[in-house]
Design a binder for this molecule. Structure first.
Ligand SMILES: [Zn+2]
Length: 203
């Protein structure tokens, strides 16, 4: 950027790479950092690195977990039903469902949804891990709690087909969630209703 000294331009560029951050916001954040004490900048940069170095993926459910905690706290909890698995797109969706206190099974996190437009096929998601997890048997129900939008529906349909041979009951969370919406932004009551009203997938 013309007229900017190099370190400032560099930080603006880095902030601009974040989702939802345009050039204007990136500039505001950069000047905020410039005005802040150096300790704040150090602790921000340390937190950024720590989230990459100290967070890994649960080898069972693929949710994020601290690198030295595997399986994650939910997978390791004997009070959680191992025979019921709720499949979600993102780690934030786990938090949303946990907040309701309505679900006592375990999770599987796909880390995305099928989206042909963006070139995201099932091989880019944690689908293989899910099939491997249910294929030995013992899982009674898989609840497909992907988002109620085009990508989420496509993902649910794709998984329903694959899971049918391994799992007696494959269900989809009920409508009532706003179509095109995101699970993570749904209010608790709507989420609870959609879990309670889940139904078998017609194939
Ligand atoms: Zn886990």
């Amino acid at each position: 950027m013309a007229g900017l000294i190099a370190p400032v331009a560099r930080l603006i560029e880095e902030f601009s790479k974040l989702p939802g951050v345009g050039t204007k916001t990136a500039q505001r954040l950069t000047y905020h950092v410039l005005r802040s004490p150096v300790e704040d900048a150090r602790s921000l940069s340390a937190a950024l690195v720590a989230v990459k170095e100290e967070v890994g993926y649960c080898s069972v459910c693929c949710n994020i977990t601290e690198t030295d905690v595997d399986p994650c706290a939910i997978c390791a909890d004997p009070r959680r039903e191992a025979a019921r698995i709720c499949v979600v797109e993102e780690p934030l969706d786990v938090l949303a469902i946990e907040r309701t206190g309505e679900f006592h099974g375990r999770y599987h996190v796909l880390h995305g949804a099928i989206s042909p437009i963006d070139g995201i096929g099932p091989e880019r998601l944690r689908t293989r891990e899910l099939i491997e997890r249910v294929s030995p048997g013992g899982v009674e129900e898989v609840i497909l709690a992907t988002n109620p939008n085009l990508e989420g529906e496509a993902t649910a349909m794709y998984l329903a087909d694959l899971l049918a041979v391994h799992v007696p009951s494959v269900t989809r969370i009920a409508r009532g969630l706003p179509v095109g919406g995101d699970l993570e932004y749904a209010d608790d009551v709507t989420l609870i209703r959609s879990l309670q009203g889940r139904r078998a997938i017609e194939r």
